[in-house]
Design a protein around this ligand. Sequence first.
Ligand code: NCD
Length: 314
Amino acid sequence: MATTKKVTAIKNTPKHLLGIQNLSVLEAKEILTEAKSFIKLNRGSSKKLDVLRGKTQINLFFEPSTRTQSSFDLAGKRLGADVMTMNMGNSALKKGETLIDTAMTLNAMHPDIIVIRHQDSGAPNLLSQKVNCTVINAGDGRREHPTQALLDALTIINRKGKIEGLKIAICGDILHSRVARSNIYLMNMLGAEVNVIAPKTLMPKGIDNLGVKSFTDMKKGLDGCDIVMMLRLQNERMQGSFLPSKREYYEFFGLTPDKLKFAKKDALLMHPGPMNRGVEIDTKLADDINVSLVKEQVELGVAVRMACLKLYCK
Ligand code: NCD
């Protein structure tokens, strides 16, 4: 009897997940559909599958991370992979040298997947050229954070039933944010209208070319929005002074119950974490289960990473 091979969007393309920019709509939708199937599993009492049994996953984190690192760690384990997490943040070696040397060393141990977070934009792309295994980008510099955007999309779909036709505001430190960039690509791709809101100094030049509307005023930018995505002030990427003071920033750009009223009545709030309470977001609002999706984002993050590991691992 002839066997029919399942044709999927992802298996026919290169095996790395480096950014949303390299993804087709079909691929993005395939990841989201696969991720949905893991939500229930993760809520159950038995969470272990053997999809990646015998596979070795190395998490290589050159920058601090709580959510993303633990999420990839759990995702790999729940799929049955052997997972090793390496924190490279304290390495004293030169960045370029460290990355290539490390890549060659790890490659010799035959991993099947490397998940990398790095402070330099493009580091995962460089790594993918040096190793024989799947590379998944867990955030590179200010360039991309594809799994964050995918988990944000899944969270929105889970609550609003769709992304197409929604109006989404991304607010705060757009200039330094890989989360903003990946979300702009993905939300646009999935048919949403995207507004970005930031003080002039934190708004990248030419942002309008990415298919968004830019605003320096929360009232105008939030008007009619279904989703309000807040971003952290990425102080570690700022050289020099971008803002007069944190107090003034909160006054004009911090999300408070009053400012949330500028958006739609049933608007929901998101934040990738870590949050700076009282800087970009009112602390009570951040915990308000009627409007805040922050915990759901973390929960669905594991499902999205399980989907990515499953679909991209050869
Ligand atoms: C984001 C990141 O690292 O880019 N965090 C995350 O992955 N949950 C956002 C941030 O650090 O502000």
